[in-house]
Design a protein around this ligand. Structure first.
Ligand code: F58
Length: 799
């Protein structure tokens, strides 16, 4: 009440829901801030090593329930608000999603921040405070539309602006060399342009409020926001031009997943946040510990993919040019400080920057890159590696057709003491593919850190019904130690226990049915099997394989409607990169199929299809607890890990999937009777491609697939434009790069096994329980413990 009156300046009679939300968030924030100050003091007193997690993306979602849950005051707050006539669950939906990320990589960063706080690892997350998060997706006539997502319009109660924490970040200009009396050269960079980075801090509270860390996001401001000379001369527009240019750096998140956006603004974003963050952490280090030579003992910096890799070069510049550390010593410090996480093997996704662009934007950094490369290659030659092909493959500079580019993956690899993949399979493939030559030279660098998810958000907050059953059955310890979930195994066949879980799932499905009603105008049957594929839309993730199977199933039901079919709802959600035409066409296909299937009385009560628009963290929190079947069907070898697979399995969905990414490890843990694995393995995919895969023969030999292709191609699902999918079908028939056709029959067969398993209710629920019981290992607490032990060398608190 006090917050509403004094911080929002509203009284209860005039307060809108949004006012109540802000007042509630501010009241909760006060509690968080107490823990924050305490954690800060503790780290300073103990002089513990800090972790700096550098990421261009943090896909945070909403924070109100995160804070309430971790403070342990959800019920207290619910009652306090109820006594004022306010419904906490309604307030929850008022908060906009902070969508400062594209997909898995950004969400992983958010889960890691929460786990680091939970394990009391003193840490800062560093990133950019984008004014516009990932675009809002609308669907018009079945096509994706992109709209801006200005999540800050109504203010953000969780952040603190820190105008006093501001750094200048330079771009362009020249480099001066001066020679000392001993002939040693000193380099000074004189940037032509400067932009200010202003800190905005958000506290990240750990489970049971054990520790609170900081997410520090940088906003770009002009150093001289209004050029007074120009302004006074009457040139108002000119006076503001610099400001607009400077501030454009933190205006918008690049909305491309899987392939990097190679524009200049992107490189400016990368350097902007890397430089501000390094200046900040070096300043903190010197203030607290003195000699910069000790940096690696007191700081571990983790690069979330190559996006912050220019930081390796910026740290070298800070050490060598600004602190006069000798080159070799500076390089040792840099390597000992940095770790690098790789998230993809797709060759087109590995970042490179044109040398001429680097030279123009970051002239001193380009010189340093050349020097790092020279020392790196000389070292190899000294060890007897003289093969020019090898040297050019591990060089920081890629040369093709006379054009030179800087390889950011190689820079991150050589600049870090540890390089990790995000699942066991992915880490092995890294050694065999993209980093084969570097791995042969530095065999100790690559290690695996299988991803994890925070159970606080993805179980306790998203699925309170299931959480309650778990606590009632296993005791409250399960909330602190996910391995306790194994205790469920003994209830797997218990009819009473199964009934409890069924009731929880049914409620969650009813709630999701309301979402369908609200968004798509029709409800779905909570007794049907909810079959869910939710993730970014990408050919390698193969939403179209699922759609082809949907059409095949539709055809089969129509041919024999009286059979004992398993009623299904096929649920899709996900965004496509705005410029990715095939991905957008896949969304249109999903909607076209949905329209035809949902209006066909023959399949009524048996099959429904729905594409839910604007997939984000909050929608995921609604879908996942209601899912029965989790689609993880990427072409083997291409999904680095996946984390949605873990969220769905934890909430009791059974996986249908390929042996890809973390599915392999999920399979090992839940057991092959409780998962539906199908399709080519990564090795088989490789072999098929090597031998020249011929889709036409495969299609011809599959009557089902032939029928599906014929119906889509002829316009059954696109009567308004019968040629819409001609090119798409032709592509799948001639260049089926992702081997959709090769896996189709196996996938169809696996889906029929799903039907059979579902019809034997007790067997299905047994599998579901065993999934929840056996995936405790995929907690991001476990992942962070491994990073802390093997890469960062920092202690963690035991829970
Ligand atoms: C994802 N990568 C992987 N990249 O695809 C997924 O398998 C993995 O589980 C996850 O990382 C976490 O390790 C991913 O999300 C991006 O979104 C980048 C955004 C910026 C451009 C390049 C891709």
């Amino acid at each position: 009440m006090a917050k509403l009156a004094y911080a929002v300046a509203k009284d209860p009679t005039s307060a809108q829901e949004r006012d109540w939300y802000i007042a509630t968030a501010l009241a909760v924030r006060d509690r968080v801030v107490d823990g924050w100050a305490e954690s800060y003091r503790h780290t300073n007193d103990t002089q513990n090593k800090r972790v700096y997690y550098m990421s261009l993306e943090f896909l945070i979602g909403r924070l109100l329930f995160d804070s309430l849950t971790n403070l342990g005051i959800v019920e207290e707050m619910r009652q306090a608000l109820a006594s004022l006539g306010v419904d906490l669950d309604r307030l929850r939906t008022v908060e906009p999603d902070a969508a400062l990320g594209n997909g898995g990589l950004g969400r992983l960063a958010a889960c890691f921040m929460e786990s680091m706080a939970t394990l009391a690892v003193p840490a800062y997350g560093y990133g950019i405070r984008y004014e516009n998060g990932l675009f809002r997706q609308g669907i018009k006539d079945g096509w994706q539309q992109e709209y801006p997502e200005n999540w800050l319009t109504n203010g953000n109660p969780w952040e603190f602006e820190r105008p006093e924490i501001t750094y200048d970040v330079g771009f362009g200009g020249t480099v001066d060399i001066t020679y000392g009396p001993d002939g040693a050269a000193t380099y000074r960079w004189h940037p032509a342009e400067r932009v200010s980075a202003v800190a905005y801090d958000t506290p990240v509270v750990g489970w049971r409020c054990r520790h609170v860390n900081t997410l520090r996001l940088w906003a770009a401001r002009a150093v001289d926001p209004l050029r007074l000379d120009a302004f006074n001369a009457g040139d108002y527009v000119g006076a503001l031009a610099d400001r607009v240019r400077a501030e454009s750096i933190s205006k918008v998140l690049y909305p491309s997943d899987a392939t990097p956006a190679g524009q200049e603004l992107r490189l400016r974003q990368e350097f902007f946040f890397a430089s501000a963050s390094l200046q900040d952490l070096v300043r903190r280090h010197i203030k607290q510990y003195g000699p910069v030579e000790m940096l690696a003992e007191k700081a571990a910096i983790q690069l979330n993919d190559t996006h912050p890799a220019i930081g390796v070069v910026e740290l070298m510049r800070i050490l060598v040019d600004l602190h006069d550390v000798p080159w070799a010593k500076a390089w040792d410090i840099t390597q000992a400080t940095f770790g690098y996480t790789n998230h993809t093997l797709l060759p087109e996704a590995l970042e490179t920057w044109p040398v001429h662009l680097m030279e123009r934007l970051l002239p001193r950094h380009m010189q340093i890159i050349y020097l790092i490369n020279a020392v790196h290659l000389d070292g190899l030659r000294a060890k007897g590696n003289s093969d020019p092909a090898l040297l050019s493959s591990v060089s920081l500079i890629e040369e093709s057709w006379g054009r030179q580019r800087v390889r950011m993956g190689t820079l991150a690899f050589v600049g870090a003491h540890r390089v990790n993949g995000v699942s066991a399979l992915h880490s092995e493939l890294m050694k065999e593919t993209v980093f084969r030559d570097l791995h042969a030279i530095f065999p100790e660098k690559i290690n695996n850190k299988t991803n994890g998810i925070t159970f606080r958000r993805w179980l306790y907050e998203a699925n309170p019904g299931l959480t309650k059953v778990l606590v009632d059955t296993l005791g409250p310890r399960v909330l602190d130690d996910p391995e306790e979930l194994l205790g469920l195994e003994k209830f797997a066949s218990d009819t009473e226990f199964q009934a409890k879980l069924k009731a929880v799932r049914r409620k969650n499905k009813e709630a999701l049915s309301k979402v369908f009603q609200h968004r798509l105008g029709f409800p779905v049957d909570p007794d049907a099997l909810f079959d869910v594929q939710i993730k970014r839309i990408h050919e390698y993730k193969r939403q179209h394989l699922n759609l082809l199977e949907t059409v095949a199933l539709y055809n089969a039901i129509r041919a024999d409607p009286g059979r004992n079919w398993t009623p299904r709802v096929k649920i899709f959600a996900g965004k496509a990169a705005a410029s990715y035409h095939t991905a957008k066409l896949i969304i249109k296909l999903a909607n076209d199929i949905a329209r035809v299937v949902n209006s066909d009385p023959t399949v009524r009560g048996i099959l429904k299809v729905g594409f839910l628009q604007n997939y984000n963290v909050s929608l995921a929190e609604q879908i996942i607890p209601a899912a029965d079947l989790s689609e993880q069907i990427s072409t083997a070898g291409l999904e680095a890990s996946g984390t949605g697979n873990m969220k769905l399995a934890l909430n009791g969905a059974l996986t249908i999937g390929t042996l890809d990414g973390a599915n392999v490890e999920i399979n090992e843990r839940v057991g092959e009777d409780n998962i539906f694995i199908f399709g080519l393995t990564a090795e088989e995919v490789e072999a098929r491609r090597r031998n020249g895969y011929n889709a036409r023969d495969v299609i011809a030999s599959s009557p089902k697939l032939s029928e599906v292709f014929a119906s889509i191609e002829s316009g059954v699902f696109s009567p308004d434009d019968t040629s819409r999918y001609r090119g798409f079908i032709e592509m799948l028939s001639n260049h089926d790069h992702f081997l959709v056709t090769a896996d189709f029959d196996a996938y169809y067969a696996a889906q029929r096994q799903v039907d059979a398993h579902w019809q034997n209710g007790a067997a299905w629920w047994r599998s579901s329980i065993l999934n929840t019981a056996r995936v405790g290992w995929f907690s991001s607490d476990r992942t962070i413990r491994e990073y802390a032990r093997d890469i960062w060398n920092v202690p963690v608190q035991t829970t």
